[in-house]
Design a protein around this ligand. Structure first.
Ligand SMILES: [Fe+2]
Length: 351
């Protein structure tokens, strides 16, 4: 087993303190064969130093059982717990779960089932320098809470961009979530480093056009868009992907290969709130070492996502996260983001 790095142990202790890890609490560290050995060793050491009672769970990912029509990677829908209902039952009983799975349980069905019973779950996947740079702050958490409250009372979200985006989202009965980078409350979930608001629409009234422009990012491809893509939404589903370049062709091919109507449904819409997250980070961190928190969270992006949507009662393993730059986002006609910058005074960094 690797020797933990003292600096990393201290860094993890800071994050675990944000997550209210207390003496005597049970902490499961969920791993698979390709999980970071360094982060496993550091989690065990740091949680023990906090007085918690950590233990490791290692589950096999069976590569022969993966989807044979589309590549199931980078979509934040780990299948790690599929086929292990007894492990899911056990995880419901622990206080704190560190998710070191490669893909992350973010959009898995098992995550929601476990959290209903009270455990907190923290996903750790970014490089150490990103984890340090993106640590939570009380100021940012408070701004994200404000954003959640604004979205909860809003009836519609509209989005425009100089590239031609013109999208309208009915927010009635939607599930509004703020991702603050730490999980302190029972049943809460966090991705260390994250800072954004994500709204899962329940209504099928999501209509219009999103125009992906060069520099926008498409996950799970981990790729900056280089040629414009027109994504048409009709009644909550992608009904057209147009564009002459390779970007449109990639999205079309990937969606088609899933042979799953749910893959085309709206998942979540929202915007980045993290003032230290970097748009350019994706060009420096490899796919293997980061899940792309920087790209998904940089302040003022419009984050458009398709696929699983618990508010609409839909599930699929196909999930796009598409952070778009230079958009304007309005709640009931009031701007919260203008041309890629947060303008609502209560949401601006250091407001
Ligand atoms: Fe997502």
């Amino acid at each position: 087993m690797l020797q933990p790095n003292p600096a990393l142990t201290s860094l993890f202790a800071q994050e675990f303190a944000w997550c209210q890890v207390q003496s005597g609490q049970t902490a499961a560290i969920l791993t698979e064969p390709d999980s970071s050995a360094q982060y496993l060793a550091t989690s065990l050491t740091s949680l023990s130093a906090c007085g918690a009672r950590p233990f490791q769970l290692m589950l096999p990912i069976d590569p022969t059982q993966q989807n044979d029509t589309a590549v199931n990677r980078g979509n934040a829908c780990s299948t790690l717990l599929q086929g292990f209902p007894e492990v899911v039952e056990m995880l419901k009983q622990v206080d704190f779960i560190v998710d070191l799975s490669v893909e992350g349980l973010i959009h898995s069905e098992e995550r929601g089932e476990i959290l209903k019973h009270g455990p907190r779950m923290l996903y750790i996947r970014e490089p150490a320098d990103a984890l340090a740079r993106l640590l939570p702050t009380a100021e940012r958490a408070q701004r994200i809470d404000c954003a959640v409250e604004l979205a909860k009372v809003a009836k519609t979200m509209t989005v425009t961009s100089p590239a031609g985006t013109d999208l309208r989202v009915d927010l009635a009965d939607s599930l509004v979530t703020g991702s603050r980078g730490f999980c302190a409350e029972p049943g809460s979930w966090a991705n260390w480093g994250q800072g954004l608001i994500a709204v899962f629409p329940a209504s099928p009234d999501v209509n219009g056009l999103a125009v992906l422009a060069p520099g926008d990012i498409v996950f799970p491809f981990y790729k900056y868009v280089e040629s414009p893509v027109h994504l048409y939404f009709t009644d909550g589903f992608v009904t057209g992907v147009e564009g002459d370049g390779v970007d449109a062709a990639l999205i079309r091919d990937y969606l088609d290969r899933w042979e799953d109507r749910e893959a085309r449904g709206i998942s979540h819409v929202g915007w980045g709130m993290h003032e230290k997250a970097l748009w350019h980070a994706l060009s420096l961190y490899s796919k293997d070492e980061a899940i792309g928190v920087d790209g998904r969270a940089f302040a003022g992006n419009f984050l458009l996502s398709t696929g699983p949507n618990p508010a609409a009662g839909r599930h699929t393993l196909c999930h796009f996260d598409i952070p778009m730059r230079n958009c304007s986002v309005f709640l009931d006609g009031q701007p919260v983001v203008e041309n890629g910058a947060i303008v609502e005074p209560t949401l601006k960094p250091n407001a």
